[in-house]
Design a protein around this ligand. Structure first.
Ligand code: SF4
Length: 448
């Protein structure tokens, strides 16, 4: 065999032992598999982290974490034990060093020293950087593409990711970010969403999201899906849940599995493609419990479980990390590696973001190792445009890190805009990835 840039050797996933953490020494397997136990024992602050991890971590980590929560965090802390247990999975002699370097920790539990020292935020970063709320046709229903909508049923999740693109709305307020709130009662919001979809037959594809649909009480979610399935023009339904990886116990509950079977049967009888989309960013998160939950969804009749990861420096932005994640998803958990998004231009995200050029190189590096249908596309969600494959860029100023993109459809707010399809829409690379000339230009530009 010739030597390859990436050598893959199958590794069967194992559930890391939670008993390596002092606070979980006595936790039983039954407790661990219980979603209520997982939710009650989520880590929400440094005090609770200390109660679990204790002296394994030096004081400097707790201080670093507290400083970040105070000055930079756009998301509050919420870590289910399942997710914390995927960090430093085998333990380490220098636990603090390994914890700092851990890829899951780096995006789920960011600390002050992670952030970019000069440009923690890009000058053009913004809350709701994808302008989803501007495109709401009903509160929480974003109509951006001609045939697809995004329905946000809740603004909470069982876990909060540091880089969340919906940091404007999702989760609790932090010292830095006062969150917007959904105003309508859930039942009224859902009625209005369904009413819009009945009146808009061009929409054939509905992403049911949040937040995370694992936080919608199952009877409510099932009732919404049953009514959605009555709309004959809806042909694709995708349920978005990171909890498949963060809290797989939720998707293994008998009530949820049985309910999903009923929904899947109805979908199949009406010829509707029902799928679950999840959000896994590193192979460490693909544990046997995650594979079991994905299997349960497929056995319940869901057509596909797919992954939409986020490309992040220090987490997965190398060919080896991306490929190992894809092999784990595809080979060990029956989850299709579907997309990787560039991390969006929200505040304080510059240390995670990669340039378009880096993303193009990564896309080239991962081609040819997986079946074509399981080779993910790396995409940039361009503000006012939508997802573009990274090689679709039409013009690219590498010195200033500005790429330009076009689109072939109008978003919901451009029906009267004659130039929408001719315009070039900009996207910005992180300034720290530019050469000295580019950085100097941005310093001057920001002062101006
Ligand atoms: S699960 Fe999704 S919506 Fe929830 S915090 Fe993470 S990225 Fe945001």
């Amino acid at each position: 065999m010739p030597v390859q840039p990436h050598e893959h050797v199958r590794r069967t996933p194992v559930e890391p032992s939670w008993r390596r953490f002092p606070g979980w020494r006595d936790v039983t397997r039954e407790q661990w598999r219980d979603p209520r136990w997982q939710r009650v024992h989520c880590v929400r602050n440094t005090r609770q982290l200390r109660a679990v991890v204790g002296d394994l971590l030096d004081e400097r980590f707790y201080d670093d974490l507290a400083a970040d929560q105070e000055s930079f965090a756009t998301m509050s802390m919420l870590l289910p034990p399942q997710m914390l247990n995927t960090m430093v999975p085998e333990g380490a002699a220098d636990f603090t060093g390994a914890f700092y370097a851990d890829p899951v920790r780096r995006y789920m539990l960011p600390v002050r020293s992670d952030r970019d020292p000069e440009w923690p935020s890009h000058p053009y970063s913004s809350r709701d950087s994808l302008h989803e709320a501007e495109m709401w046709v009903v509160e929480g229903l974003t109509h951006r593409y001609p045939t697809k909508v995004l329905a946000e049923l809740v603004s909470t999740c069982p876990q909060y990711c540091g880089h969340c693109t919906r940091m404007d709305l999702v989760g609790n307020s932090t010292p830095q970010v006062r969150k917007h709130k959904l105003e309508l009662k859930p039942v009224d919001r859902q009625d209005r969403m369904l009413d819009y979809l009945r009146r808009t037959p061009a929409v054939r594809d509905v992403v049911v999201s949040g937040g995370d649909v694992a936080n919608v009480p199952w009877p409510q979610l099932e009732s919404f899906l049953a009514r959605l399935l009555e709309i004959e023009t809806v042909r694709d339904i995708r349920l978005a849940t990171k909890a498949l990886a963060g809290l797989p116990q939720h998707w293994l509950q008998p009530q949820v599995v049985e309910g999903m079977s009923r929904v899947a049967r109805t979908a199949a009888s009406r010829g509707v493609n029902l799928a679950v989309h999840t959000h896994v960013n590193h192979a460490q998160s693909v544990t046997p419990l995650v594979a079991e939950a994905a299997r349960a969804l497929l056995d319940a009749g869901v057509r596909d479980v797919r992954n939409q990861g986020v490309l992040m420096r220090g987490v997965n932005a190398t060919p080896d990390d991306l490929l190992e994640l894809c092999f784990a998803l595809q080979g060990e958990a029956n989850i299709l590696p579907y997309y990787f998004y560039l991390c969006d231009m929200i505040p304080n995200a510059e240390h995670w973001r990669t340039s378009v050029a880096e993303a193009q190189d990564l896309q080239a590096a991962i081609m040819g190792y997986l079946p074509g249908y399981a080779t993910p596309r790396i995409v940039c969600d361009v503000p006012y445009v939508g997802k573009r494959w990274v090689h679709q860029v039409v013009e690219y100023d590498r010195e200033l890190g500005v790429s330009y993109w076009t689109k072939n459809y109008r978003t919901g707010i451009e029906s009267d805009d004659p130039n929408a399809l001719d315009r070039r829409y900009p996207y910005y690379d992180p300034i720290s990835t530019l050469g000295e000339t580019g950085r100097r230009w941005w310093r001057k530009h920001e002062r101006a």
